[in-house]
Design a binder for this molecule. Structure first.
Ligand code: SAH
Ligand code: SF4
Ligand code: F3S
Length: 443
């Protein structure tokens, strides 16, 4: 019987990407198949996130449940990877001694050796080091059946925003060599992938070394990927407002394969708060970048992230954020209440705003963004959208789910044979999160 692997992923797209890599590694070395039922698994892996306190707390409660499974099935192996593992290391084994292996975002390729060492020694294994981008040299070729795929181009982050754990959990920025990225893109398009999302905490900080020893930037990489005939559409996430170069902005005018959607986290509309966060731009600079983007691609959809209740955020600071939202006209965006993360400078800053006020601010931001998101969806009704068919709809097996250029999901009747293909869909109606549509049949 084949051994089974269950992976639970928390956090961002980087973690989703890493989880796929863990599955690739385990498939290649132990011949494991993936299951979506933890009860059936021989190995359970948690790919964790520590961006906010809530995400971290969730892991320990889920670990408690895995422990109960292990009591019933003593051979079960439990592994903890990702950002909590990276930050806590040995502490995880101390708190949860039934955990067998602890590994970080940069050591996931060593899972087979860690598991072997665990079996041989009978002792939990912890490896959360940051070897120089070694992981990509040890990963088997990705396998995919979807029409879309992620490709990591830069790992880590060197921005050190004062509230954020990422530079500590994932290490400093490290770009993958240019040829390495291009090889992964080619192997994905050979499997029928038409839509590629380039991934990193700050993709626009990319500085990739070529085989000739030159260094190329993100705009160069985007052009090179777009030039592949089998790449139909190209996205990237996340980019930093500080590094939106004119070369990159110009690509929105000259490169039709580049999707008309950009996630550009702003965090706050107050210059005082932006400075305290160490973001490195003002609200005006951010707006000027958006203006240039819209000059290059008039219908570009811009989404963002907001942190509400950063230490010292006054009413006036918050109103500046509301004003920025109105000025820019963001599409679907994420907003979070500031969470003090141990070891970050912001965790030490005086924070006198009562929780009720923060909650009220969050509610206002979310209502405003929901209104804007709704407007965009409603305006799409009647239009024809080119979508890539990503999935069979979760609710109805006769329906497909596709992704529009501006990153909306649309459900429409269709056959599973269309998975991974590009089709034209007429939007019939749009509510906030999902659109309904029908296939446009050529006469
Ligand atoms: N590298 C990206 C995003 C990183 S994390 C960027 O800089 O834009 C994703 C989002 O989580 C951030 O954009 C921010 O809005 C939020 N976030 C990060 N740390 C946080 C914290 N301590 N409390 C609340 N939200 C946080
Ligand atoms: Fe965190 Fe800032 Fe880096 Fe984004 S840019 S990952 S918010 S430190
Ligand atoms: Fe979370 Fe780590 Fe991503 S902290 S958001 S999983 S980089």
């Amino acid at each position: 019987m084949q051994t089974k692997l269950y992976i639970k992923t928390y956090g961002c797209q980087m973690n989703e990407y890493d989880s796929d890599k863990m599955a690739d590694v385990m498939r290649a070395c132990e011949g494991m198949v993936q299951t979506d039922k933890a009860e059936d698994a021989d190995i359970i892996l948690f790919n964790t996130c520590s961006i906010r306190e809530k995400a971290e707390g969730k892991v320990f409660s889920d670990l408690g449940r895995a422990r109960a499974l292990k009591q019933a099935k003593p051979g079960l192996l439990i592994g903890v990877g990702g950002c909590v593992a990276s930050q806590e290391g040995d502490e995880i084994v101390r708190r949860a001694p039934y955990v067998d292996v602890v590994f970080g975002p940069q050591t996931l390729h060593r899972l087979p050796q860690l598991i072997a060492a665990r079996r041989a020694s009978g002792k939990p294994q912890v490896d959360i080091s940051f070897p120089e981008i070694e992981k990509f040299d040890h990963l088997p070729v990705a396998q995919t059946t979807h029409g879309t795929a992620y490709v990591s181009i830069i790992e880590g982050c060197s921005k050190y925003c004062t509230y954020c754990v990422v530079p500590f959990t994932r290490g400093e920025e490290m770009s993958r060599p240019f040829a390495d990225v291009m090889r992964e893109v080619a192997s994905l398009t050979a499997q029928g992938v038409g839509e590629i999302t380039l991934l990193g905490q700050n993709v626009n900080a990319y500085q990739g070394v070529t085989e000739d020893g030159d260094t190329v930037d993100f705009a160069f990489l985007l052009q090179a990927v777009a030039a592949q005939p089998d790449v139909q559409r190209l996205r990237f996430s996340t980019s930093h407002p500080r590094e939106m170069t004119q070369r990159l902005i110009d690509l929105y005018a000259s490169e039709p394969k580049l999707a008309g959607h950009l996630h550009l986290p702003v965090q706050s509309g107050s210059d005082r708060v932006l400075a305290a966060m160490k973001r490195g731009y003002t609200a005006l600079e951010y707006k000027s970048t958006v203006r240039k983007l819209r000059a290059a691609r008039p219908d570009i959809s811009i989404t963002s992230d907001f942190i509400i209740g950063f230490p010292g955020e006054s009413d006036a600071d918050f109103e500046a954020t509301m004003k920025l939202i109105d000025d820019v006209g963001f599409d679907a965006s994420f907003s979070f209440i500031f969470s003090a993360r141990p070891g970050t400078p912001a965790a030490e800053m005086a924070d006198e705003t009562p929780d009720e006020i923060k909650m009220e601010r969050l509610r206002r931001v979310q209502a405003r963004i929901a209104g804007l998101e709704q407007q965009v969806s409603a305006a799409m009704a009647g239009s024809v959208q080119r979508v890539v068919v990503e999935n069979i709809s979760r609710k109805d097996a006769n329906e497909l789910a596709g992704r529009t250029e501006n990153n909306r999901v649309v459900n429409f009747p269709g056959s599973p044979g269309m998975l991974g293909r590009y089709v034209d869909v007429r939007i019939l109606s749009g509510t906030m999160h999902t659109l309904r549509g029908e296939l446009v049949i050529e006469p």
